[in-house]
Every structure is written in C-alpha cells, then in structure tokens.
Design a protein around this ligand. Sequence first.
Ligand SMILES: [Zn+2]
Length: 103
Amino acid sequence: MRAAGIAPATGRCLACGAALRYSGDRRIAANRYYCSMACQSQVPPRLVRAMAAMGVSDPRECVLQALRSTGTVQAAADMLQADKHGLYAWIRRYGIRRVVEWR
Ligand SMILES: [Zn+2]
C-alpha cells in the first residue's frame, strides 16, 4: 500500500485498530496499515498523518479544527497537506456542515 512513510507500521489497522494478519512478514505484499479497503477509505493515510501532526485522535475533529482555525477550505487543505477536492470529500464523508449565522 502507498501508505508507506506516513506512519510506522504498528501491526494494527490505522482506522479501527484491529490486529493485522500479515504485518510481521515483510516478504508478503500485504497491506501493513489497514485491515480492509473500507477502513482505508474511512481514514485515509493523508488524514492519519495530519491527525498525528495535530495530536488529534478523531478524524472528524481533525478536519473540523483545521477548518475552524483557518476559515477557508483552501487554507485548511494546505494545513492538512491535502488538496481542496480531497478535503471536500472528507467534509462529505464526516457529515461536516458550514453554518453561517447573521446576528
Ligand atoms: Zn480496520
């Protein structure tokens, strides 16, 4: 998997924490970061790296913090080292909404 380099392989799924079957044997070209494609798309490698950099354990909270602190999608994407379209995909995935209030 192309997740290599984002985090040390711990033998556990980066998304759900399940023990990975082939994690100990590097001769087997198994996914050493995720237990399934569903887990990989739920918490993608780029987001795992951003979460580690920000010290946040919840992916949704990580995206929210970036959006709140920067104010724009482009700036938040830069902060997370993702591209804008990728960030929009995460926003949809985690059901994040932008709410504007007039007072
Ligand atoms: Zn998993």
